[in-house]
Design a protein around this ligand. Structure first.
Ligand code: PLP
Length: 367
């Protein structure tokens, strides 16, 4: 007999999620380019909604987030009955694994993809199975080849974090078409709004037509509401029903629901955020390419961050320290098999200029 509560062995296999840093090792506060947040902040309309919600702190939120779901459905031409909101899309990713996988099952995802998938699989006792990617991009053939009778859930981040790469709509369709009908495909579209609008709907189209596709989205990125923790998912009624059974009953706060509703209406802010990201990302990638003779390269990104590789004399760790000395936190992910790279969020113009200047200086290229 043991003398204390024994955790499930599969829970002890979890390495807790490590969030992007905001301070240097000496405690100095850094500008965060480490968590893929929106450098333009939050839509003024959403901020006003947050302010108004302060008066309602004593009341529970609408457990079904009806107004928010209706507005999401309206904006994206979806069916509100096929939408569920979550405490960030993190909650929904975890619930998707929990609802459809368990001990003895397998959950597939690409190498170098979102760290939460491994946690979501282990939380419910399933085995996380990492599939090799190609050029930091999900490899549809490799994923399909890794499917076994034990596979219950496949996670695809599109665009992907931490690499920024994406697969085109036809590839998402090919992935879905190759999966057995009883395997759930979760298309995690946390960064979809940064894609060319012509490429943003493939997940929605599959989720509307197929019984085994769940698409997740978030208000944390382009809408600048990461602090409020609001995500949503769309899929077949049977999938949404499962998530509704196991989610927290009041999982999206009053302020979160109101702010998200206001943010949806502020399409100008979303467009400005996308335009800022495209322009600054292009400028940053060009600057990194110019340092190619020092071994620096940028993995092609469709998201609000860029994975920069360091394959020459300047090491990723040295760059991490120099960038921190300049006042910025960026992401080094050796634990995700990326010891020679840094993931750098696209920030404000002046911040990107300083990061570029720091890298140039490290390479001995001071103008
Ligand atoms: C690919 C991906 N999915 C989901 C999330 C979770 O976002 P949230 O829980 O804030 O909605 C993130 C956050 O960084 C992400 O990078």
């Amino acid at each position: 007999m043991t003398t204390r509560p024994e955790p499930k062995p599969y829970i002890l296999g979890i390495h807790a999620y490590v969030p992007g840093k905001a301070t240097a090792s000496d405690g100095r506060k850094l500008v965060k380019l480490s968590a893929n947040e929106n450098p333009l902040g939050t839509s003024p309309a959403a901020l006003e909604a947050l302010e108004q919600a302060r008066g309602e702190a004593a009341s529970y939120p609408d457990p079904d987030a009806k107004a928010l779901r209706a507005a999401i459905a309206d904006l994206h031409s979806l069916d509100a009955e096929r939408i569920v909101c979550g405490t960030g899309s993190d909650e929904l990713l975890n619930l998707a694994a929990q609802g459809f996988a368990g001990v003895g099952d397998e959950v597939l995802f690409s190498r170098h993809s979102f760290a939460v998938y491994d946690i979501a699989a282990r939380r419910c006792g399933a085995e996380p199975v990492e599939v090799d990617d190609r050029d930091y991009t999900a490899d549809v053939d490799a994923i399909l080849a890794a499917v076994t009778p034990k596979t219950r859930v496949v996670f695809l981040a599109n665009p992907n974090n931490p690499t920024g790469t994406w697969i085109a709509p036809a590839e998402v369709e090919r992935l879905h078409a190759g999966l057995p009908a009883d395997v759930l495909l979760v298309v995690d579209e946390a960064y979809a709004e940064y894609l060319d609008p012509a490429h943003q709907r493939i997940g929605f189209e599959l989720a509307a037509k197929r019984d085994n596709v769940l698409v997740t989205r978030t208000f944390s990125k382009i809408h600048g509401l990461a602090a409020e923790r609001i995500g949503w998912a769309t899929g077949a009624p049977g999938l949404i029903d499962v998530l509704n059974r196991i989610r927290g009953p009041f999982n999206v706060t009053v302020s979160g629901q109101k702010a998200a509703l206001a943010a949806l209406g502020d399409t100008g802010f979303v467009e400005a955020s996308r335009d800022h990201n495209s322009a600054e990302r292009a400028r940053f990638v060009e600057a990194i390419s110019a340092l190619g003779n020092h071994g620096l390269s940028a993995v092609p990104s469709e998201a609000n961050f860029v994975l920069v590789r360091f394959d020459g004399d300047v090491k990723a760790e040295t760059a991490l320290t120099a960038i921190a000395e300049a006042g910025y936190a960026v992401r080094h992910l050796p634990s995700q098999g990326l010891p020679d790279a840094l993931r750098i969020t696209i920030g404000k113009s002046e911040d990107m200029e300083r990061v570029i200047a720091t890298l140039r200086e490290l390479c001995g290229e001071t103008a």
